[in-house]
Structures are given as C-alpha cells and as structure tokens.
Design a protein around this ligand. Sequence first.
Ligand code: LMR
Length: 398
Amino acid sequence: MIFEALPMAPADPILGLTEAFNKDPNPNKINLSVGVYKDAAGKTPVFRSVKRAEERILQRETSKDYMPIQGAPDYARAVQALVLGADHPAVSEKRVATAHTPGGTGALRVAGDFIKHMLPGRTVWLSNPTWPNHPNVFKAAGLPIDTYPYFDAAANALDFDAMIAKLKTIPEGDVVVLHGCCHNPTGIDPTPEQWQIIGDILDARRLLPLIDFAYQGLGDGLEEDAAGVRALCRPGREMFICSSFSKNFGLYNERVGALTVVAANEQGAQIALSQLKACIRANYSNPPAHGAAIITTVLNDPDLRAEWEAEVAAMRDRINGMRTLFVDTLKAKGVQRDFSFLKQQRGMFSFSGLTKEQVETLRQKYAIYILGSGRINVAGMTPGNMDTLCDAIAAVLR
Ligand code: LMR
C-alpha cells in the first residue's frame, strides 16, 4: 500500500473555499473568495469581444499543430505593447522577450524555474501579505523565500517607509516580487511617485524585479495600471513581468498568460529566452493555443479592441461602484466601524479587517465565503446580494 499511507494535503485557501461553496445547499450563499468577476446579475459571462474573436478563429483555423515552445511571435508583440505601451524603446532595442504561458501562475512558475537553475542562491522576496499561492509557486521551484513589509493594518494603507527600509537591506541580486497594480490581497498600490522611488532603490541595490501583473485595467485604466511596470522598465535595467489574462479578458479557464523578460540588451534577451524555452520544454513542452489566439485577434483589430476596452472599463466601473455601495450599505445598517478605506482601494480585492472568527461565523451561519485573512472579492458583490451581505457583516460585528 503506497497512497493510503500518505497524508492528505490541506485544501487550497482560495480554490478550496470555492469547492466548499459549490457544495453549500444554502440558496442565499455568496462567494467573495476566489478572484472571479461577476456582473450585476452574478454571472461570469464570456466577453462579447472574445466571442467575436473566437468566431473568426474558428473560421480561419486550419491546423492544431504544436505551438512554438515560447508561443506565437504576434502574441508576444501584442503583450509587450499592452504591458509596456506601443513603441517602448526597450522593445525597439530588441531587449524584450515574451513567452506565452498557461496563465499568470504558469508565468510565475517558469520564472521560478529560471531563477532556480540560472541564478542560484537568490532569495525571492514577497510582500507581506501577498497572494497565498506566491509562496507555493516559488517554494515548489526550490527557491528560498522571504518577505518585506507592505501593509499598515492600523491605517489601512501602504506602509511605504517600512517597505523602503527593508528593500534597502535586501542582498544585492535577490529577486523582489511586486504586484503591478490592484495588489492582491490588499487593493493598495504605490503611487506613481512611490514607484519611482522603488525603482531607484532596486537600481541602487541591483535587485531584480519580478512584477506579477494580473489585473491590468481593473484599477484605474489599462494605461494607468501599467505606470508601475513602466516606471521600473528603465534604460539598461532588467526585470521579469508575469501577465495574466484571466481577469481582464475573462479567460480564466483558457489558462493564458505571459512571461516577459526585459534584458539589458538584445543578447541578454536572446539568452534569457533560450533558457526560458528550456524550462518550458521540461515543464509543459509548449503552450495551449486558443487563449493567446483570442488575445492577439482582439488586440490587433481596432473594432474588437475598442469593444474589449469598453468591456474592461465597464467591469472596472462596476467594481468601483460596488465599493461605494458596500460602504454606504454598511453605514445605513448602523455599522459603526469606518469602512470608507475600501473606496480608495483598487481592483478586485480588499482586506476587510474581519477576524478569522468573524470570517468563520459568516461562512457557517450565513453561507458567506471570504478568505480566512479577511480578503474580500469586491467583484463578487452585486446590488442583489448587497443587503444579505451587509446584514450578515453587521450581525458579526455586533
Ligand atoms: C485569487 O487570488 O483569488 C485569484 O488570483 C485566483 C487564484 O487562482 O487564486
């Protein structure tokens, strides 16, 4: 007997909650755990621009031949323009290389494998707190991890001084993971000025930034949300950027993302890409085609692109509207605690400040699912579930 003697793995803190949610018979259940967008009707629909692109792809597709190990070149170009902006000098200098990966998590893992094999001895530094899967991914790649301060719980704000003080002590050459926008789980990002200061310190300390960029467009806008990434993409400076298109294209189950390496020069980019290809080949060989074909089709067609940009804007506006409605509804129900900080935060997530016990009561008594850390997915709120949600929160706070 081999398998039955093994220990059971604990449920995933995010996806495990959705498994429990799906089994919950309560008709009023609300899932604010996993970062999946819901529209006002509580559905996660396929974007219209995506459906139209798929119709075109279906018409023109003639083969299911393998993709290149790093994916299609036109996808790489489209991703680079979206992330860095059209005509970024780093792209024209040919010092940027992009590999198409299965989701943003795939990009993180390929980056982790690359660091483990090619840059031995480096620690990966994560914000405290961070996405609970970050430690898993980098540890699975065999990398040591550590943390830098990020969140000031008392002020519900970025603890910028503590963050900077720590970055100044990180050993030269180590890897610093930053959230490009819509920080997961706090919803709090550095300002453009703070990004410049972070960039100066990373430069001075010769630290290697790895930007997890999973929510471009969900904060303040597609261009605005890229301010941090672009502030760090400086002449001669190197970085990794891990993009996910699960949220901003609604392509969760297509698993489509990208790992972009910005090198100091063209030769560096070519060498890095050759090593990324070696990591990918040993891992999943080459990427699944469909999601990237959708993204390339949408981004390169002016009409589809305009429709997609409007869909992203509508999603962003709905999330920000839910932030306001949530804060106002709690207040109207007589909740004394000030939740107005949620209005300043961006993206799908916020730290609610609810304790583990309150989170547990919300789940057991009211079938409301949020993460044990108190992280709530604002994009799961709707005008229809707001009263039930706020009544329950008011009750647990009483
Ligand atoms: C989340 O944080 O909920 C999302 O990034 C989805 C996931 O895979 O965890």
